[in-house]
Each structure stands twice: as C-alpha cells, then as structure tokens.
Design a protein around this ligand. Sequence first.
Ligand code: MN
Length: 293
Amino acid sequence: MRICRFDANRLGVVDAHGGIVTDVTAAAAALPPLAWPAPHGDHAIRHLATLREAIDGARPRAERIAIDRVRLLSPVANPSKVIAAPLNYAKHTDEVGAQVEIHANTHPTTFEGHRTPIDKLGLFLKSSTSVAGPGEGVRLAHPDRRTDHEVELAVVIGAEAREVPEAHALDIVAGYCIGLDMTVRGTEDRSLRKSPDSYTVLGPWLVTAEEIDDPGALALSISVGDELRQRSTTASLTVGLSELIALASRWYTLHPGDVVLTGTPDGVAPVAPGDVMTARVDGIGEMQVRVAA
Ligand code: MN
C-alpha cells in the first residue's frame, strides 16, 4: 500500500502508477484518541494495521484526485527522531576525502583501523522539525552558504524496539520512502547543518514494507533540472539496512515513525533558489522538490 498525506493533513492512498490519490481521510477516524502525554513517535504509523484496514474500507467510496492536483506532505507526520548514516557509499566517502575544503570535518583519514566509516563515526540525528514533504519544498536556511542535496533511501520504523538482532531488523520496518538529507556545508556539527526546517524531505508517499522485495537492491537517483547529479543503488551501501537498524537500536529505543536515512551516494552538489530536484527510488516512485530562498 502507498500511503500519503496531502493538502491540509488529508490522508491518501496512491495507485500503483503514482498518478491517482484516493482521499481516505475518513479512515483516520479509526485511530484511537491520543492521550497526554503522547507516546514518542507517529500515531498513524503506530496503528498502521488498524489504519490500513480502515483505508481498505473507505477506499471504494472515496474521491479520486490526480496526483498533480495535490500538495504532498511528509508521509510521516511526527517522527520522534531522524537517524542518519554518514559516509555509507564508498564513492561518496572518496569524494569527501578529495574535497576536504568542502567537507571540512569528515576527513576519511580518521577512519584508519576501522572496517567502515560508520565504525568510527557512528550515526547521527537530525531534528524532527526538519521534516517536510515534497510539496512544501526546501527553503534555504542560509542562502549565502552552500546547501547540497543528498538523495537517500529512507526507512520508516513500524514498532517500538531496542537491541534488535540484525536477522530480525527488517521485521520492524513499516515501509520506505525517498529521503533528501539537505546539508549546509561548513564547519559546524552535522546535527546543526542538516536540521533547518525543510532539510529532511520525505516522500512522495510511504510504500509499505511488503511491497518492496529487496530494499537492499533499489536504484536511486536525483537530478537538478535536466542534470543527473547522483545515481547508485542501495546494493552499494557500505553498511546495509539490517545492520544500520540493529546498530541504531543499540543506541536508541526506536519508535513507530522513526526514520533511518541510509546514506547518500557520490555526486552531492549545491542547489540554488529556483532549482527543481527530481528524486527517484525504484519501487517507490519519483518526487519533485522546489528550492526557494
Ligand atoms: Mn546523508
């Protein structure tokens, strides 16, 4: 199932071709009421099984709308955290090493004696308030500085979990979407440079886990205008999905709706106001994201 959020917090289900959204907002009434204090994470993802059943019930009578008539929001409204993997494609690690003046504080010479960069660097967090949908676009936080695109496969966690064994890591995945890990370049800590509002774009919809046969073999790409900037496949991830989820769960309790950004391939490059980014991941779809100052 392909689930989206659109316009003024409407709930949609998207057809297999990505052309039609069916407005199943009525299905959200099946979610239990939220008490205070709310549990960490996303209410709809926590109750995804209930929601899916209600969506199936609402779908036959619901309005169908052409996808280009709606404004797509992030399919996950309230992630408790956005976990991200640094330097997880070898060719991207190489380009970072070759451009020390741009990637000042992530020089790979510090990785000597480690199996992978992640052994040394671990994972990092982005602010949950950096999340936006493709229809909202990216607003450059500091237009006088360089902001780069990073296209990534985004994993959406479906269950509360800690210390998940690698062999069962994919069992706690609710689904997948395309992620853009937008980044201001500079010397500050990653968590600051990657966390302005709109610097984590998630979309165009959530593809539930059972629809993706092998998330470890998905082609992904991003173009800016007509120019192809990044193209790779998740088969080239240095630390694969299961290992990333297991690692994250040894440091944090994972909550429904938590997002794991799996890392970006080579080709990261700057964007400018007026640019339109087109990001694609096989098995998920395509999203266009506008850049504004
Ligand atoms: Mn990244």
